[in-house]
Design a binder for this molecule. Structure first.
Ligand SMILES: *[C@@H]1O[C@H](CO)[C@@H](O)[C@H](O)[C@H]1NC(C)=O
Ligand SMILES: *[C@@H]1O[C@H](CO)[C@@H](O)[C@H](O)[C@H]1NC(C)=O
Ligand SMILES: *[C@@H]1O[C@H](CO)[C@@H](O)[C@H](O)[C@H]1NC(C)=O
Length: 152
């Protein structure tokens, strides 16, 4: 009797701990970022720091496409060799809007947020995006996905 009550209590506990519904991912765009030669700051107390000027690029997706106009990545490589990007750059859309991108992460995982005054793209101001990718010959390529909460 006692053991069946215990078993029921445990079953309830397990049910309560069931995996919550995951957020959904919607594809925003793919981006090729071009960078000029890094300026090496050397090994600092927090890791090896490089300043990477972002000099151009292109991005394309179902709801926004255009060019990368300018930016800077001041990422850090830690003692284990993990690169943590920290970057700000500007997307210029084909319809003339400017969108500031703030990027942080631990390679190969990147978190992205947006700021824009454009009414056409104001929905990006509350968006949080996940990006994955890696280095290319002249910069970085990323695939960017918007995270949205699970349906209620
Ligand atoms: C990024 O570069 C790759 C390789 O050159 C190319 O296939 C792709 O179309 C480019 N994507 C964009 C958005 O420019
Ligand atoms: C992107 O850059 C290309 C080549 O420099 C240029 O022809 C095009 O007009 C630019 N597009 C935007 C949206 O700025
Ligand atoms: C909004 O998008 C439309 C269609 O692409 C474009 O014609 C218009 O100039 C854009 N407006 C602003 C304020 O960016």
């Amino acid at each position: 009797m006692l053991s069946s009550i215990l078993a029921a209590a445990i079953a309830v506990g397990v049910a309560a701990a069931a995996t919550p519904k995951p957020p959904t991912l919607s594809f925003l765009y793919s981006i090729n970022i071009s960078m000029s030669a890094p300026q090496d700051i050397g090994t600092t107390p927090t890791g090896s720091r490089g300043i990477l000027p972002i000099i151009g690029g292109t991005f394309a997706g179902p709801k926004l496409s255009g060019n990368v106009t300018a930016g800077l990545d001041w990422g850090l490589t830690d003692s284990k060799g993990t690169f943590s990007p920290e970057a700000v750059y500007v997307l210029e859309t084909t319809d003339g809007a400017r969108i500031m991108v703030t990027e942080r992460g631990r390679a190969p995982n990147v978190n992205i947020q947006f700021d824009t005054g454009s009414a056409n793209y104001s929905w990006l101001n509350t968006a949080v995006a996940y990006a994955s990718g890696g280095p290319t010959a002249g910069g970085v390529s990323l695939d960017v996905w918007q995270l949205t909460p699970p349906a209620a």
